[in-house]
Design a protein around this ligand. Sequence first.
Ligand code: AMP
Ligand code: ZN
Length: 470
Amino acid sequence: MQNNIKLYNTLTRDIVPFTPFADGEVKMYTCGPTVYHFAHIGNLRSYIMEDVLEKFLDYYGYNVKRVMNITDVGHISGDADIGEDKMLAGAKREKKSVMEIAEFYMNAFFADCDKLNIRKPEITERATSCIDEYIKLIEKLLDKGFAYISGGNVYFDTSKLDDYYVLTGHTSDSLNTAVREDVTEDTNKKNKTDFVLWFTKSKFVDQELRWDSPWGVGYPGWHIECSAISLKHLGENIDIHCGGVDNIFPHHTNEIAQSEAALGHKWCNYWFHVQHLNTKDGKMSKSSGEFLTVDLLEQKGYNPLVYRMFCLQSHYRKPLQFSFDIMDNTASAYKKLIDRVSKLTNNGEVEKNIVNEFKNKFTEALANDLNTSLAITVLYDMLKADCSDATKKFLVNDFDKVLSLGLLSANNNTNNVDTELVSYIEEKIAQRTEAKLQKNYALADEIRNELLAKGIVLKDTKEGTTWEKA
Ligand code: AMP
Ligand code: ZN
């Protein structure tokens, strides 16, 4: 298919044309949350922007297959057996089992995603459900000489790679673990950058989750889960791998090391990283203790979609500073936008040339390294354009497939209308209008009948299509 999408690729450190392996299909992998606490709105910035990327690729015509892991075991803040096990720390904090903690915060994460209109990836997989896959992958790395056993643990040997730092572009080991404040050296390792694939000797004697393995009872390292889960569901090649910028090193660097050592060839072509959300005191992080959640925003009276708009108004590769002042401005802009959209009638014909003009502008903005703020400007320009309300409504619905700001359903929300049903009907009406524009009357009739079967009657008037319950 024809493609003019350009994305910044961390691997090549420039903006490049995006060409997936298979024509018309995109395989996308996203590092999911570590479910030991609520996601903070910084984490959710990453998931919002990844959601926009997925929906834009979809909008552009790609069939996107997306996989996300849920880290419910083994995320240690250091890279050897010296940091803090985040899941264990969460369980202790709340006097619950690790599995209870994981279940609770995983559900909380998906509830937050729902409120932010972040689509759940086609496949989500918990790290604890793939232990056999990790064992097989680690066995392969041992067989091929890329891993070794030391002090009871299995380590990846980074000295066996030609370019361990391919993702970061570093030529020295300036990013090695010793520079991180929370990490001291693990004397079992042959090289500073080696990392654990499987733990059997852990300082965490009370580690709850342990499994049998050829190397003894233990548990997997953090990095192996993403390589194995991705290989399981997406095969030997993926097109885009996503995460926040803190994942570049060591997590994604180590994923490349493991996957390519096991496969013997290049694994992922494009690396998409979202810059951090910061507070005035620095990066928002769970370990800092104080962080903002979607719940807290709601308690302060903000619609979560105002936060989505806040994120979309800035470029994903720029650090974003959170402030309640900007949130207040965004809330009032969001309200005005929703009011403006709610006043649109179905009057007039959908004007095809105007539709094409604005669809092109919208697509161009997003195809240029996902320029979401420009895409929102196109939305505002379109609302000011000299064209029929039906055209505007059609385009609002169309753009919101990517922006997901609830533009057509938000107002009904407050009137206790079934918003899902309303947006479903609006979507169907828009599809039918498009079908009629394309002179595909068979499809237009099919949509009318589909809605009729659900008790919704469409009426075509001079001013456009309206609906009512039968
Ligand atoms: P975690 O739950 O800690 O594994 O992080 C989940 C995702 O959020 C990862 O992709 C991180 O890179 C990302 N992330 C962590 N902190 C921030 C932040 N302050 N701003 C944006 N993304 C973040
Ligand atoms: Zn990952």
